[in-house]
Design a protein around this ligand. Sequence first.
Ligand code: PGA
Length: 281
Amino acid sequence: MPLLSRLSLQAATQPAHLDLNAHIFTHTHTIIYKMARQFFVGGNFKMNGTLSSIKSIVSALNDAKLDSNTEVVIAPPSLYLIPTRDHLRKDVEVAAQNVYDKPSGAFTGEIAVDQLKDANVNWAILGHSERRTLMGETDEFVASKTAHATDSGIKVIFCCGESLEEREANQTVDVVTRQIAAVTKQTKNWDQIVIAYEPIWAIGTGKVATSEQAQEVHAAIREWLKKNVSEEVAEKVRVIYGGSVSAKNCKELAQCADIDGFLVGGASLKPEFADIINAKI
Ligand code: PGA
C-alpha cells in the first residue's frame, strides 16, 4: 500500500481525542517495518549430500517456480559451497554452516570470513544447536563469531532454542533471550542478522512446534528486543522458525504474525523444499 494511503487509512481509524500526528507517525513506522520484513527461507543441508545429490537439488531449485517475494538461502556442507554457488540461480544465496571469529592463521579445520567472501558466499549459519551441544559452542563464542562475521560483511542466520527439559521447566524464553543477549553484548549489526528460533526437541524429530508455541516464543523474542535493543530492531529483524518444518505444516506456521520464515533441515534436501519456500502463496 503506498505511504499516503496507509497514512489516510491510519488517520481514518484514529480516535479523535488522540494527538493524531504523533500517533500516525508511530503507527506508520510500525507498519512500514512490518511490511518491510521479507519472508526468509533457509535450507540447512547439515552433513548430508554428495556432489551428485547436491547437483540434483541445485538443478531442481533452478527449475522451480519460487515466490519472488521470499529470500532464499541454502547451506550445503563447506566442501560444496563453491560448486553450489557456481551452478545455483542468482536469486538464491548460499550460506556456510559455520565461520570462525579470526581473520586467518593457524586454525586447522576452520573457515574465515574472507574465504567465504572470496567464494561469493554471503551468509553463515551460526549457533545451531548441533554445534552448541555436540561441539560445545558457548553463547559467548557464538556471539563472537556473529560479531566478527557481520562486521566483515557476512550475514548471519543466528540460531537459538531450548531443550525439552528447559521447556518443561518453563525456561524457554529465559534460554532464548540469554542466547540473544550474548549477541547484543558484542554487536549492533542487527540489520545483518536473521534470528532462527529452533526448539531442540523439534529438530529432526518430526515433532514440530504448534503454531501457537512458535508464535508465543517469536513474540517474546520481539518483545525482548524492543526492551533491550530498540523498537526499530524489534520490528525489523526477521525471526524464523526451525524444527521439522515440512510442506504439510509450513502454511499454518507462515500465517503467524511474528514468524517471518523458516530454517529447514531434512525437508531442504527434498523436492518439498520449493513448496516451503512458497508457503506464503
Ligand atoms: P529439521 O532441522 O528441519 O530437520 O528439523 C532444522 C534445523 O536443524 O535447522
